[in-house]
Write a protein that binds this ligand. Structure first.
Ligand code: AAL
Length: 353
């Protein structure tokens, strides 16, 4: 008598036979103006917006090599995103970019963002522009908390006005063990975001402001799926907050840099790099309850997609093209990604042949 194997039971329970509407593969190509440059890191691009006939992108930029935490020099640059500022570039075609200059600088000594501002995301809403980004205060140690800041402008070219304090902070319910700068040693881990709130991604959605982000717990462990990162969302009635973390947090069990786009009444997401559900596209009809829609290969890293004006054309319209970063080289730089149109509905096409 035929029996169901464990693998086929999983396939049935997890609905691996789902249709391929959300499935795709990606193509990558060089960009001009934000490509490889000796001595400079450009990484973590924001989403791309179009204002008039011009595309805009914001990103982390820093100069010089990073040396890690163990030099004993509190001023040493520990990561490529340490001692960074947020820069922006414009383009007429999404391929040739002109770097325009600094959008947001790190703050004066003693301020909450005096060490580094990085990993920006943009929201254009009602004639105003909102940049959200990570902030770190000096000194940058393994146990440093990472917060999310915001700057506002009436023009994509600035000037940008920073808010007086971060709009989102790590949960305060973890407790370190001892005084050594070791982020794995804890008395209490606290919530999934008790150590870091990273990778903000802001939307105006269902008449409120939804701030998606990635969290790290204090005392992060290695799991069977690698590092422990998860996403949360915090919701506000006004762009500057107050942002209230959702009672459903964490709303993903996987994913590193946030990449989300609106589709119909819900939010779609590309989860990469970490966790058991890395390399999946997921969809939540209410922006909170995410389900796996597709398993993918070679997704863009830290992708910033073009914010389409017609997001409902196709589930993948909001992911059609954008910039991502390439970090397998000494200096980090930007490349362009595109959904390979010939791979959409791959299975169905095959059936037609
Ligand atoms: C990234 C992001 C955040 C992290 C670091 C810089 O790709 O997840 O920004 O802090 O790595």
């Amino acid at each position: 008598m035929r029996q169901e194997s464990a693998a086929m039971r999983r396939a049935r329970e997890r609905n691996y036979q789902k249709d391929s509407t959300w499935y795709c593969q990606f193509k990558y190509s060089e960009v001009h103006g934000l490509g490889y440059e000796e001595g400079v890191h450009r990484r973590d691009p924001s989403s791309i917006i179009k204002v008039g006939e011009t595309y805009y992108v914001w990103y982390t930029k820093s100069i010089g090599p990073s040396v890690g935490y163990d030099t004993g020099d509190l001023d040493a640059k520990v990561w490529p995103w340490d001692w960074s500022d947020i820069w922006y570039a414009t383009s007429a075609d999404g391929i040739h970019w002109q770097e325009q200059g600094v959008a947001v600088c790190r703050g004066e000594s003693g301020s909450y963002d005096d060490r580094s501002v990085f990993t920006p995301e943009i929201l254009a809403h009602d004639g105003h522009y909102y940049l959200v980004y990570q902030v770190v205060q000096h000194p940058y140690l393994r146990r440093s908390k990472e917060h999310i800041g915001m700057a506002q402008s009436d023009s994509p070219n600035g000037p940008w006005m920073k808010l007086n304090e971060p709009i989102l902070s790590p949960a305060s319910n973890g407790e370190w063990f001892g005084d050594v700068d070791n982020r794995h040693l804890v008395k209490a881990r606290g919530d999934f975001d008790s150590h870091k709130t990273n990778d903000p991604c802001l939307f105006y959605y269902n008449h409120q402001f939804y701030l998606y982000y990635k969290g790290y717990p204090m005392g992060e462990q290695l799991t069977c799926a690698g590092r422990e990162t998860k996403w949360g969302v915090a919701i506000a009635d006004r762009p500057e907050g107050p942002y209230i973390k959702s009672e459903y947090n964490p709303i993903t069990n996987s994913g590193h840099e946030t990449l989300l786009w609106p589709y119909r009444d819900g939010m779609a997401a590309l989860l990469t790099t970490d966790g058991p559900e890395r390399n999946t596209i997921q969809y939540a009809r209410d922006g909170l309850q995410f389900e796996i829609e597709a398993y993918i290969e070679h997704p863009p890293e830290a992708g910033g997609p073009y914010r389409s004006e017609q997001p409902d054309l196709h589930p993948l319209e909001g992911l059609r093209w954008g910039l991502s970063h390439e970090i397998n080289s000494k200096w980090h730089y930007m490349i362009r990604f595109e959904v390979d149109e010939s791979t959409k509905h791959l299975c169905n096409n095959r059936f037609n042949h």
